[in-house]
Write a protein that binds this ligand. Structure first.
Ligand SMILES: CC(C)(COP(=O)(O)OP(=O)(O)OC[C@H]1O[C@@H](n2cnc3c(N)ncnc32)[C@H](O)[C@@H]1OP(=O)(O)O)[C@@H](O)C(=O)NCCC(=O)NCCS
Length: 227
């Protein structure tokens, strides 16, 4: 059983941009804002985005979503990074889906704002008595299969890897039915690390280690992930 954290999460030096282009994918990654909560909840309400997760454990109600969304915003405030909202370039309110050249979408003259098409990235999680980076990614069905999840996670992993002085474990915790997520994790270099029994049932754990460029590398480099 995981207990309350005994130490704060590791410090990272940088604060990630509020909005950035994801290479040549045509999508923008943006730091979420409270005003995006309702549109994000709408996007995540699609049952097809909860592969193998029983209905009562999905955070699809507005109340649950807002609660979780606040935690995502708090994480950005505390650590300068977190889960991104994904927007098609040129869509979205207030410049969230701004194009790479800085023009914002959803102007008075332009088309009506379109909601986010995904949410994903890494954030700190106290897990098995240490801080790990938890992987989250949920994309609208219409944009799945474009390689967006791989690009997004690769960017988050590479950026944090360069910034973490001590070796840090990154985990994917997914339902055994979720072949797409496991395949994606394997592509990104994660390996199988057992299972975990949670209230929604068993979860498959995939893990990788990043960082550790500092003088000691840290204890995590040799610590087993299982158990
Ligand atoms: C899982 C998910 C994030 C993958 O995102 P994506 O952008 O579509 O993934 P990519 O395009 O980068 O493809 C990743 C790999 O998964 C494979 N894949 C996609 N759908 C698949 C499926 N239903 N079954 C098996 N493999 C699948 C792709 O073919 C690709 O592998 P390949 O390069 O060997 O062909 C996306 O499907 C999603 O949001 N699903 C719903 C939410 C979810 O399950 N999130 C994870 C919760 S732990």
């Amino acid at each position: 059983m995981t207990t309350a954290p005994t130490v704060p999460p590791p410090q990272t030096a940088m604060s990630w941009p509020d909005v950035e282009a994801l290479d040549a994918t045509g999508v923008m990654l943006a730091r979420p804002r409270m005003g995006d909560a309702a549109a994000t909840a709408e996007m995540q309400a699609d049952p097809r985005l909860w592969v193998g997760v029983p209905e009562t454990f999905r955070t699809t109600t507005t109340v649950r979503q807002e609660d979780e969304f606040r935690q995502f915003l708090d994480h950005w405030r505390a650590h300068g990074f977190g889960y991104w909202l994904v927007w098609e370039a040129g869509t979205g309110p207030g410049g969230h889906g701004a194009t790479p050249d800085g023009r914002s979408g959803g102007t008075e003259a332009g088309p009506p704002p379109i909601g986010p098409i995904g949410l994903g990235g890494l954030r700190w999680l106290w897990w098995r008595e240490r801080w790990v980076l938890n992987t989250y990614v949920r994309l609208a069905v219409a944009v799945q299969g474009r390689g967006l999840a791989s690009s997004l996670l690769r960017r988050a992993i590479d950026r944090l890897a360069g910034d973490l002085a001590d070796t840090t474990t990154v985990v994917v915790r997914t339902r055994p039915e979720n072949a797409a997520m496991a395949r994606l994790a394997h592509h990104l270099g994660f390996h199988e690390a057992g299972t975990e029994e949670r209230s929604a049932g068993p979860y498959r754990i995939l893990a990788t280690r990043i960082g550790g460029g500092g003088p000691s590398g840290g204890d995590e480099a040799t610590r087993p992930i299982d158990g």
